[in-house]
Design a protein around this ligand. Sequence first.
Ligand SMILES: [Zn+2]
Length: 212
Amino acid sequence: MMKKIIDGIEYKVWKLPHPLLIHWILNPGLVINELILGQRIPKQTLVISGGLPDPESSLIECKVCESLHPGTLWSGKAMFGHYNGIFCPTCEAKIPQLLNIFSIIILAITVPLWKPVQMIYGERVKQRSLAKLRDAKNAAAIEGVIRNSFVKMGMNFGLLMGVFYIVIFSMENGPSLGTIVKGVVAGAAAGVLFGIGMKLFASAFNKGKKPS
Ligand SMILES: [Zn+2]
């Protein structure tokens, strides 16, 4: 299998005749994924050596502008709806993709039905599928920021409470190593609880609120 080093990380180049990709083009059931749901698999995916073949550890390369995109862009909610194919979010060039053999047959027979639709709505479908990727990118970035902010909030609160506990315990029993250890443990526990509590509170608050 071909390998590629990017930023010091070794990736395996997944392309035909990789068994999973052969499966993608031969399994008739996947016609549903391609034609009904609009899912597409690129002809080539870079997967971290030793990593799982999941979107988290894969990159998709645009051969036109040479930008690399995380596989997660086309996962989750953005996995489907790419009826006109998948495109590079940077330069909007079409990314070469696989097509299931049965999809090819169905598409060949039904050309007169879908070709005019594609000519009229193709660009709109393309822009919609690109917009989906931008949403996925933003959602991932926002999620990362939120996760970090809860950790930070918990740490600050824990530090504050730790100092508070050490002072209180010292006032009660006099300063000692045991008092400090107790204060640190109590502060850490308070910090973790506070962080989790804030996260639960925020997710309960955000429930039902959909990003527009
Ligand atoms: Zn590109």
